[in-house]
Design a protein around this ligand. Sequence first.
Ligand code: SF4
Ligand code: SF4
Length: 369
Amino acid sequence: MVFTISSVFSKAALQGRRYGLHFNQMITKADLLSYVPPTFVRLSACSACQLACPVCDPHTRPEKRNGVLGWGYLRAKDFAAFIRANPSVKTIELSHSGEIFLNPELGAIIKDACEQGVTLTARSGVNFNRVSPAMCEDLVKYRFRYLNVAIDGGDEESYAKYRVGGSFTQVINNIKTLNFYKEKYDSALPELEWQFIPFAHNEHVVLKAMTLARELKMVFKIKLNSRTEYAPVKNKALIRYLSGSNSATRQEYSDQYGLSLYLSCYQLWTAPQINWDGKMTGCCANYFGDTGNVFQDGLEAVMKSKRYLDMKMTVLGLIKPGSDVPCSRCPSYLSEVPMTTMIRSTLKSALFPVPGAPSLSEALSLKQS
Ligand code: SF4
Ligand code: SF4
């Protein structure tokens, strides 16, 4: 019997664009559980960071770093072997929980990627405090595609309250150095994003930050705070307007669109997360366990493994996970919202953008005039 996934997704939702999975008709259980060589993966370049942001997971939940992620950085030789063994992978997201510019082999990695025709991005965010002029030149010369720079302030005081240990002036100077090389090489790459998390202590400088972003040729985006209890914004009307999604908090977003803004389960299909040492964690929210080592066992074998399939089956609501399945300890799975509803809406928005609602990636973008 063909198991259709129509009980999970409506037929209407099956029409339209699809990422990573190759079909236009009915999605079957076999489709969702089959191995499709990924064109995009997330491969963490470094798990360490020199800053101490108050609600950053590494500092608020150190047990995560003692667990599956550990502390370390991606070696250039592992990267080289990985991209050669997996020619389907055309784009790699390097940023995860840590600062990629602390990786001493990053220069060799981005040079190799460029020469092998693999696109690199850092859309999840970098703090950009410690970046040498030589690295700025390499980012331009080797055509690094996209950098999201986390700058939650408009001056030293408002910035340093959250980016503890960082320097606003240093970050701005590093961006200016990068722009110098973009002009020198007459290149539009890397594209630059200024990511601003609004808090009570920086919301008064958000317009100043937007102006500075424009001067530095950066796209400005609001990211909503992940911990509502930490320094919640007071001027919600302003943040609702600037967020582009009419939301001042993640809860407001969920209430309006029926979607969890940053739920990452869909990455199991469209953007599998690999740790710096090759451990497959499947999604960027998984700090609980891995499903095998890609550097040792190969990407295909790991993505076909029972442990990986168990994660997929869990988020599709097809099994109740045992304690050996990482999802069983994930707050998303354990949250009050029924899992199948969350997964259904998030997968739908990831694979088939919902008409009228901002997509996950576009929800917080702010168009500049
Ligand atoms: S810059 Fe990013 S990784 Fe570093 S402490 Fe802050 S939130 Fe965490
Ligand atoms: S439930 Fe599983 S796949 Fe979803 S975010 Fe949590 S660990 Fe990732």
